[in-house]
Design a protein around this ligand. Structure first.
Ligand SMILES: [Zn+2]
Length: 78
């Protein structure tokens, strides 16, 4: 499994693409994708990096917006 990047030894993340049969593994440091056989497929494009950034921002916004649900106090049994 291409879980670790050969170049920087960093963690790779599986990214699913609709046009690819298998997920590709991304190293955010080296900015490239490898396939399941650990062969470099392509670079992480500027556009994808931007999209990823936006997604992360959205994600963080949602987290801060949504208040953590208060733990419901158990009403006494009986
Ligand atoms: Zn790397």
């Amino acid at each position: 499994m291409p879980l670790l990047c050969k170049q920087c030894n960093g963690r790779r993340f599986p990214i699913a693409f609709t046009e690819e049969r298998d997920a590709l593994w991304l190293c955010e440091k080296c900015k490239n994708f490898v396939n399941i056989k650990d062969e470099i497929i392509r670079e992480w494009t500027e556009q994808e990096i931007e999209e990823n950034k936006l997604k992360l921002e959205d994600f963080n916004k949602n987290i801060t917006k949504e208040k953590t649900p208060e733990i419901k106090r158990r009403s006494g049994v009986n």
